[in-house]
Design a protein. Structure first.
Length: 369
């Protein structure tokens, strides 16, 4: 499964610069609002040291990492829920993503215009959050009208949906995004077909100045980033601080040069790596591997997935004809120097369809269709 993450924010906060750095997709960049009109989509291979280790061990003909899709969406402005700026066009694009990476400007620069006239990341976040809640409220109230008519006629399902819609509308009117309303799984299921914007998990991406990047990594060292961290803690959201300009430079280097460049800056990894890890955590994702001489491949599943679920990620036939899964933990695979060694040391297991997959499992599936 490919995670799709929408990159959003006010105009001129650095969304397209970061998108270009992450995906090398070449989205246009300019110092004026709405430079991005159509959403640009870039597919990025997710770095995983475990995949590299398995490749070194097996030396397969082909290596396939798991991927993340980034969608660069046009800048949002106050009043977008009523059609201001690109309004509904923006909102339509964001409804389709799995998670939202909300880029906020955390640097001062007189040469780059701020659409609000001042740099205040928390206020910027609140502007966009308000517009998304207003758009959700409009969608819920529109659906509520039709459901209420059916509920009055005694339809049981309509009465249940009416209760959910009323609860959500009340929360939105109180300024509480859907993801923070404490809804049950059943209630969220009733909202699924509305693709509501504030139900999506959020990662705040603080775009900082190059000279301030190291300070921004430390709590208490960068006032703007710390303000975003505090808000994120209250909202149970993720935060990552990166410098768009640095990421743009890193994206143009080969692997060896990239590592040296990051080391000179005192960074252990790139902004992309940190962003991907945060996004994975937000969505509750994990990775399992298939390992063989022809191919070593990383696959993504939700935490809590079973062997039956994992089989379906690879192919519907694997799931339909599932017999059992052959499993070796990643650390055992490396320590035993491969599948044969794992078998000899009793680290090779046969598991049934209800086996809970562990992050890093190396798996093969026996099936019959």
């Amino acid at each position: 499964m490919a995670l799709q993450c929408g990159i959003v924010g006010l105009p001129n906060v650095g969304k397209s610069t970061i998108f270009n750095a992450l995906t090398a997709a070449g989205a246009e960049m300019a110092n004026y609002p709405f430079c991005t009109i159509e959403p640009n989509v870039g597919v990025v291979a997710v770095r995983d040291a475990r995949l590299d280790a398995l490749v070194s061990l097996v030396r397969p003909q082909k290596t396939i990492p798991t991927v993340m899709e980034f969608v660069d969406i046009a800048g949002l402005v106050k009043g977008a829920s009523q059609g201001e700026g690109l309004g509904n066009q923006f909102l339509g694009h964001i409804r389709q993503v799995d998670a939202v990476a909300h880029v906020v400007r955390c640097f001062e620069d007189d040469d780059i215009t701020h659409v609000q006239g001042r740099v205040d990341p928390v206020t910027d976040i609140q502007v966009i959050e308000t517009e998304l809640m207003l758009a959700d409220l409009s969608a819920v109230e529109k659906r509520l009208g039709g459901v209420s008519k059916k509920a009055k006629l005694g339809e049981k399902e309509a009465r249940l949906l009416e209760s959910v819609y009323q609860k959500v509308a009340q929360g939105l009117n109180a300024g509480v995004p859907i993801r923070l309303q404490g809804l049950t799984g059943e209630e969220l299921s009733g909202l699924k077909d509305l693709f509501l914007l504030t139900s999506k998990p959020v990662l705040y991406v603080c775009n900082v100045a190059e000279a301030e990047l190291q300070a921004a990594q430390q709590v208490g060292q960068h006032a703007m980033v710390d303000a975003v961290r505090q808000l994120a803690t209250e909202q149970n959201a993720g935060v990552v601080a990166i410098c768009g300009r640095i990421e743009a430079e890193v994206s143009e280097l080969d692997e060896a040069e990239k590592q040296l460049f990051l080391e000179d800056l005192g960074l252990a990894d790139s902004g992309l790596d940190r962003l991907v890890r945060q996004a994975y955590d937000l969505l509750g994702l994990m990775t399992f591997f298939t390992v063989g001489p022809k191919e070593v491949r990383a696959w993504t599943v939700k935490k809590g997935a079973t062997a039956f679920d994992a089989a379906g990620v690879i192919h519907s036939d694997f799931q339909r004809g599932f017999i059992r899964a052959e499993v070796i933990g990643f650390t055992d695979m490396i320590a035993c120097k491969g599948e044969q060694g794992a078998k000899e040391k009793g680290r090779f297991r046969l598991e049934g369809r209800d086996y809970p997959v562990t992050d890093g499992d190396c798996m093969h599936f026996r099936f019959n269709v």
